[in-house]
Design a protein around this ligand. Sequence first.
Ligand SMILES: Cc1ncc(COP(=O)(O)O)c(C=O)c1O
Length: 430
Amino acid sequence: MPEYIGPEAILEKKKKYIMPCLAHFYKEPRQMVRGEMQYLYDSEGRKYLDCFAGVSVMNCGHCNPEITKKVCEQVTNLQHVCNIYLTENFVNLAERLAEVTPGDLQKTFFCSTGSEANEGAALLASIYTGSSEFIALRNGLHGRTKLGMSLTGIQMWRTDPNPVGGINFAPNPYCYRCPLGKKHPECGLACADMVEDLIKTATSGHPAALIAEPIQGNAGIVTPPKGYFKRVKEILEKYNVLLIIDEVQTGFARSGRMFAIENFDVVPDIMSVAKALGNGAPISAFISTAKIADTYTKPGASTLGGNPVSSTAGLAVLDYIEKHDLMGNAQKRGQQLRNGLLELQKKYPVIGDVRGLGLMVGAEFIHPEDKSPNPDLLDKVLETMKDDGFIIGKNGVARNVMAFQPPLVITEQNINDVLNALDLVLEKTK
Ligand SMILES: Cc1ncc(COP(=O)(O)O)c(C=O)c1O
C-alpha cells in the first residue's frame, strides 16, 4: 500500500494552511484514498459503503470505469483551449442537455461550480427582465458567491456581513415543521400563496425571478407537497416573474427522474446544474429557453467552463445514466430505503420524519417528547456508522437530518446492509 500522511497530519496541515471556515465531518475523520463505484477506502485499507456520494456528486459511482476511460482518452488528446476557440464536446453536451431537460429549455452557458451556475442564472434573469430583485425560499442554499450567499436562506451559510439587497424570502414548503404552523393538505398550499403576498407587499411588483431547489438539500431534504411548484409557477406567470430551478444537488437521476422538478410537472424558465453532471469533474451550467437566452448578447465567457475534459465527463455521465437505467434504480432503491427507514421509525421514535424522492432521502432525528431537533444523537449515530463502514451525510438547519444521497449504482443488498447496521446502532444508542 502507498504511504499516506494519515488523518492527524492532514488535520494539522489543514489548521495551519486552510482557512478555518472549512469544517469537516466526524470527531475522528478518516483519510479517504480510493473510490470504486459505491465504495470508498481509507488510508488504513478499511472499506466503506458511501451513502452520500460527495454531496450528490458521484451519481455514477466513484472512478466509474466507463466514464474514467473516456475522460482519460480526452486528457491525453486535448485538455484545454477555452471555448473562444472551437472544440466539439461542449456543443455536443449542450445539445444533449437540451434533449434531457424538461420543456423548451434549450441554450446553455457552461461554467465550473454550482455557485457560479446560480450566479449566471440570476444574471440572465436580470438581463431578460431588467429587474435585479429576487425571491428565494427560506432555508434554501444557492452558493458561496456574493449573490449566491445572499439568495441563501440558511443563517449558517450566510456569513457575508453585507449581503446584497433586493431579495425577499418566502416560507419554504417544510410540512414536518410548517413555517406557517399549518398542516398539509388542509393548509391549501398557503406557503405557495405567500409568494403572491411577497410580490405584492415586499417588492416593486416586478422581481426578476424566484429561485428554488426542487428538494431543499441543505435544509434537510425538505420535499414540497405535490402541487406546490405548480401553484408557485402560476403566481409567477401572473406577475411575469421567472422561475429559476436549482438542480445542483437534485439533478441527473437522483430523484428517480432526470431532474427533480419533473416530479412536480413544472417547467422552469432557467435551470442550474452542477455536481453530478461531471461525476467529479468540475462542470456546471445554466440552461434556459431560447427566448430568454437570446437576450444575453454582451460578451460572456468562462475560462474553464465546458472545457474538453469536463464536457467529455458530462457526455459520459448522460450516456451512463441512460445505459444503466440509473433513474429506475434510484426509484426502486429509494423506495426500499424509505420503506426500511419507516420501519425503523416505528421502532425508534427518535426518527421523527422520513422524506425525499428517489435516492435523496432524509431521516430527521428528534427528541420524541417534544419533537425538538436532536443533532447530538445524530452525530453519535453517524460516527458509529462510519466506524462500522457506512458513510452517511448530515444536513438540516438544526443539523439533525441524516442524509442518504448515495451513488445511484447502489444495490438491494447494500440498502439492506445499511438499514441493518442502522438498526443495530440505534438499538445500542437507545
Ligand atoms: C442546491 C445547491 N446549490 C448550489 C450549491 C453550490 O455549489 P458549489 O459548491 O459547486 O458552488 C450547492 C452546494 O452544495 C447546492 O447544494
